[in-house]
Design a protein. Structure first.
Length: 326
């Protein structure tokens, strides 16, 4: 009931009377009063006016299952939420939920990770209050070979959400780093459980630097946060809900089309590497090329020095700018 009361208070332009809440939920005034007090204790500024009712004035950057549920405006993405004050990794938790039979769209969210995962086994620093650490569990009906494209679907969804919610000019470094002002603000990690020709489940992890105030010297030139770029703290829950909204829309379209043709133009418009010289870092083979854009499978098309165009698959390859991160 707490998340539903939060949602009603947020959606109301004025006050919501205690009587309205009692009738809506079929509970007593005492029950409503207790929930309102709980919300106040959690940090919500709720104004109570006699003969008018309740009204949310403001709230801090609150993270809880109820807060997240009250923000969601989706059919299935993020409707089931597993929230952790602290966990090892939301990807690990989402995979456990998948193995236990959790439904498609279940979202694992943590305020803090003690063993966050990055690409190729790298760690991901995940202190409390600093960022968004979440992983969505998917049960797609598709061939396992198509699953890597979901990473790019999520990349576009995050970029769209950050742009719409925070008004920040957001770009993508192929295949899935979200970039603001030339620095990385988000990483995405996709993991999959499969049989030979069947997907048990896919987990897409998203880590966004939201309120980080400073970065270690060794990465300060290529990493940033929304707070550093905007000059003020950012509330995480609305941004999570926005990512889920855009992802649900894009995922549904991906399922219909079966490739990235519907997102190709949008992705290439956001692609920070497009029309730039890049360094292709493949195992045992590094070379310079000119980036053109992605194809319908999400591969990066590049033009080599001899004029040949080839498609670069993201599995074991990284792309870097000739003179730096982008």
């Amino acid at each position: 009931m707490k998340s539903e009361i939060l949602k009603l208070l947020r959606e109301s332009e004025g006050y919501v009377s205690g009587q309205q809440l009692c009738e809506h939920f079929g509970v007593s005034r005492t029950a409503v009063w207790k929930v309102i007090n709980q919300l106040k204790e959690e940090g919500y500024q709720i104004e109570a006016v006699r003969n008018k009712g309740y009204h949310i004035v403001d709230c801090s950057d609150i993270m809880s299952r109820e807060e997240l549920q009250s923000q969601m405006n989706t059919v299935w993405a993020g409707r089931e939420i597993a929230y952790f004050e602290e966990t090892d990794s939301t990807n690990t938790q989402a995979k456990k939920l998948g193995d236990a039979g959790a439904p498609h769209g279940t979202l694992a969210v943590a305020d803090k990770q003690c063993a966050g995962k990055g690409r190729r086994g790298r760690g991901w620093d995940s202190p409390s209050g600093s960022g968004i650490f979440m992983s969505i569990l998917l049960r797609p009906d598709m061939e396992p070979s198509k699953a890597p494209m979901l990473t790019l679907v999520m990349a576009v969804s995050v970029a769209q959400a950050v742009c719409e919610t925070e008004g920040v000019d957001t770009l993508i470094k192929w295949p899935n780093d979200i970039v603001v002002n030339g620095k990385k603000v988000c990483g995405i990690l996709t993991e999959m459980s499969t049989e030979v020709d069947f997907i048990n489940h896919v987990v897409i992890g998203v880590g966004i630097n939201v309120n980080t105030g400073a970065f270690p010297e060794e990465i300060a030139q290529k990493a940033t946060s929304l707070r550093l770029e905007m000059g003020h703290p950012v509330k995480r829950s609305p941004l999570i809900a926005s990512v889920m909204h855009f992802f649900e829309v894009n995922y549904e379209q991906f399922q219909k089309v079966g490739n990235l043709s519907f997102l190709q133009e949008t992705y290439n418009r956001m692609l920070v590497n497009r029309d730039r010289d890049v360094r292709i870092l493949a195992p045992g083979n590094e070379y310079n090329a000119h980036a053109i854009g992605i194809n319908e499978q999400g591969e990066l098309l590049v033009r080599r020095g001899d004029g040949r165009t080839e498609a670069v698959y993201s599995g074991e390859v990284s792309v870097r700018g000739i003179y730096g991160y982008v």
